[in-house]
Design a protein around this ligand. Structure first.
Ligand code: GRF
Length: 187
């Protein structure tokens, strides 16, 4: 099986990156992580790129034409699929145009509910009965592309931001690989 050359975009912790790397080492998993892009020089996730010898680049999104730099690295590494994993910057039109329907993201809520930031606090404030995570395609509207996989759990009255994060991320580690398998099932 020829694996899909994939780039993972990160900004911070990188636990989804780590999880995807671990899945991708299975020869029947459809993607190979061939590049990591980070907009944060100090992102913890970079350490996983180093550990698993995956090429990585830091892109300063404050610099002019940074999208061209990203596109340059994506092309150079023959990337055909992109997974956003805690990447805090909006993907610009320019990149979406090159990778239309080839970019997915994971979001810590049951979309279309709670798009954007501070999800856990808003889930709690809203006294939701259930929450979860969603893997979706990326288009030009925030957290709005077609949904691939959603996973749900019920809140407990004792939940707080920390416990919600922990429970949601545990589901994310199943949902993201599952979404990738679903997308490339007939590949
Ligand atoms: C994940 O919980 C994801 O839902 C959100 O950002 C978080 C990234 O976590 N988009 P990590 O960097 O993968 O640990």
């Amino acid at each position: 099986m020829v694996k899909i050359k994939t780039c993972v975009f990160i900004s911070g912790q990188g636990s989804n990156l780590k999880n995807l790397v671990s899945y991708s080492r299975d020869k029947s998993f459809p993607i190979k992580i061939s590049l990591v892009v980070s907009d944060n020089k100090n992102a913890n996730g970079i350490k996983y790129a180093k550990k698993y010898k995956i090429p990585y680049v830091f892109v300063n999104t404050k610099s002019n034409n940074y999208e061209n730099k990203i596109i340059h690295h994506l092309k150079k590494n023959k990337i055909t699929f992109i997974c956003l994993a805690g990447y805090m910057k909006i993907i610009s039109e320019k990149i979406i145009k090159y990778y239309d329907r080839k970019i997915i993201n994971i979001h810590p809520s049951l979309l279309p509910k709670f798009k954007g930031l501070n999800t856990y606090a808003r889930v709690l404030e809203n006294k939701e009965k259930k929450t979860g995570c969603t893997v979706h395609y990326v288009n030009n509207k925030l957290d709005s592309g077609k949904i691939v996989v959603k996973k749900t759990f019920y809140l407990s009255p004792k939940d707080n931001i920390a416990t919600l994060k922990q429970k949601t991320q545990k589901l994310e580690y199943k949902a993201y690989p599952e979404a990738i398998v679903k997308i490339f099932r007939n590949h």
